[in-house]
Design a protein around this ligand. Structure first.
Ligand code: PAF
Length: 287
């Protein structure tokens, strides 16, 4: 397994692979890898075959964090990440630093961003104003460096995946986007690097997101059509039962357009963000 941290070096190697007709599968990550990430790696491998190269990037991208968010304390463990990548059959790990990804930013010489203007206007986009601009910018840059044929993203970040698909289509990136299912702990909590923050009883309370999704599904299965406002207020009450849980948003929307719906039916998508103590968790599911 190769480890490269310089942007021109990774691009040169990707170009060599491309010219040799070798397929590249790519999993961009912010590190602190868990089983969910490794399942994305395995999906990438399945799509490109044994002869292809699987590339994982590990980079905590500063431009997708707001000024009051957890950039500084975002969990990092590169040594362990590299071991997991090696065990999972990754061919190349790209570990750039800020000076590789945003040269000149400190001197205000970096000034080009990629902005998706429609799908990013709700949910995470409202709650975290600079977030998607940072995500689309860094993913576009990573695509230009890694030159993947296939890139795999997790369904847990449903809105992110939809925005990246749109960006790839709108800007003609020659990349196939695969969205792989969310991996869950035994009690339903979606796997996430941020779960590390959930100490003591907070870990138990965090299952309220999965409970809310399951209850919403049961209600919609039974009633076939429920006013979104009613379901929202019921779920808010459910979430408030947990002493350290605070609902940020719950939305019901069309899974293609991400536009909110007035009545929730089977096939409507639900997403929610909940603070458990100071940790903000997100989850989503098709109802
Ligand atoms: O989903 C993530 O971990 C990040 O948003 C991504 C896609 C690696 C971009 O920094």
């Amino acid at each position: 397994m190769r480890i490269i941290s310089r942007a021109p070096a990774v691009q040169a190697l990707s170009l060599r692979w491309k010219r040799a007709g070798i397929k590249v599968g790519f999993v961009p990550t912010m590190g602190y890898l868990h089983e969910g990430h490794l399942s994305l790696v395995r999906t990438a491998r399945r799509h490109i075959g044994k002869k292809g190269k699987v590339v994982v990037s590990i980079y905590v991208n500063p431009t997708q964090f707001g000024p009051t968010e957890d950039l500084a304390k975002y969990p990092r463990d590169l040594k362990r990440d590299l071991e997991l990548c090696r065990e999972t059959g990754v061919d190349l790990v790209f570990t750039p630093g800020d000076s590789d990804m945003y040269p000149g930013k400190a001197e205000r010489n970096y000034s080009t961003y990629v902005v998706e203007e429609k799908l990013s206007q709700t949910m995470e986009g409202t709650a975290r104003p600079v977030h998607f601009r940072g995500v689309t910018t860094v993913v576009a840059k990573l695509f230009n460096l890694v030159l993947p044929d296939v890139a795999v993203f997790g369904q847990k970040d449903f809105q992110q995946a939809a925005i990246i698909r749109r960006m790839v289509c709108d800007l003609n990136f020659p990349v196939k986007i695969i969205v792989a299912p969310t991996l869950r702990e035994r009690d339903g909590l979606a796997m996430s690097s941020r779960n590390k923050y959930l100490l003591g009883d907070l870990r138990r309370q965090a299952t309220v997101l999965w409970c809310a999704l399951k209850i919403a599904k049961t209600i919609v299965d039974k009633s076939k059509s429920v006013p979104a406002a009613d379901l929202k207020s019921d779920l808010k009450k459910l979430i408030q039962i947990e002493p350290d849980a605070k609902l940020d948003y719950v939305e019901f929307f069309d899974p293609k357009t991400l536009l909110p719906v007035a009545s929730v039916k089977p096939g409507t998508h639900m997403a929610l963000a909940v603070y458990i103590g100071r940790t903000r968790l997100i989850d989503n599911a098709r109802l």
